[in-house]
Write a protein that binds this ligand. Structure first.
Ligand SMILES: [Zn+2]
Length: 137
């Protein structure tokens, strides 16, 4: 009993650090990839694809959870909890890629954010139209 619990925790820790490493690489890749794109049309395509991937992963999490709770998850092989954990890690990575693309799209739009009120302003605006704060150039 003791040793199987220990084994479980060791395995979980290894998995967690492998996932974290993978996520870091994915974010670095996304940053590099997004940085090279000069064309927002390509980024919109990627954004749509990533959002669609996330929807599919959420559906898969739902199915896994349902099968686990209704006793339909196979007893052999990967546990439902591991499966869900892996799926959540995949969503996290994709969400980070989506954020990277969104901020690049914002940058490409030539807009800037007011440091005082957070409103998005035209890139050539000298003052924020909402609060009148002078925008840094
Ligand atoms: Zn403002």
């Amino acid at each position: 009993m003791e040793s199987s619990v220990k084994h479980f925790w060791n395995e979980m820790t290894e998995r967690a650090s492998a996932v974290a490493e993978g996520a870091k690489d994915a974010v670095n890749d996304a940053g590099r990839y997004v940085g090279e794109k000069k064309n927002s049309a390509m980024l919109y395509i990627d954004l749509a694809r990533l959002k669609n991937d996330c929807e599919e992963i959420y559906s898969e999490i739902g199915r896994t959870f349902y099968r686990m709770n209704s006793g339909r998850w196979p007893k052999e092989g990967e546990t439902a909890e591991h499966r869900i954990e892996g799926l959540l890690a995949e969503v996290d990575v994709k969400e980070m890629q989506i954020r990277a693309i969104n901020s690049k799209l914002f940058e490409l739009s030539g807009k800037t954010t007011c440091p005082a009120c957070g409103k998005s302003c035209q890139g050539d605006a000298v003052f924020c139209p909402a609060c009148g704060t002078k925008l840094a150039k």
